[in-house]
Ligand binder design. Structure first.
Ligand SMILES: [Zn+2]
Length: 68
């Protein structure tokens, strides 16, 4: 089992800054989890849309009702 973390660049849905996050290789398609923006520190929902051997496709969403 390769446990290398997936490195993905995402755009924060709040402040629109780009930054890299690491996706756990154990993440399953359809899973989502919360990652704080490295720039504005607001919580972003990371949704795993699809996954291949060395590639993972993610979606980012705002957490509604948790606006600062
Ligand atoms: Zn941000």
């Amino acid at each position: 089992m390769d446990n290398t973390l997936f490195d993905k660049t995402i755009t924060c849905p709040y402040c629109w800054e780009n930054f890299s996050i690491f996706i756990e290789p154990s993440s399953e398609v359809g899973e989502s989890y919360i990652e704080d923006c490295y720039v504005c520190c607001r919580p972003i929902e990371i949704y795993v849309a699809s996954k291949y051997d060395d590639f993972v496709d993610i979606r980012v969403n705002r957490i509604e009702g948790n606006e600062f």
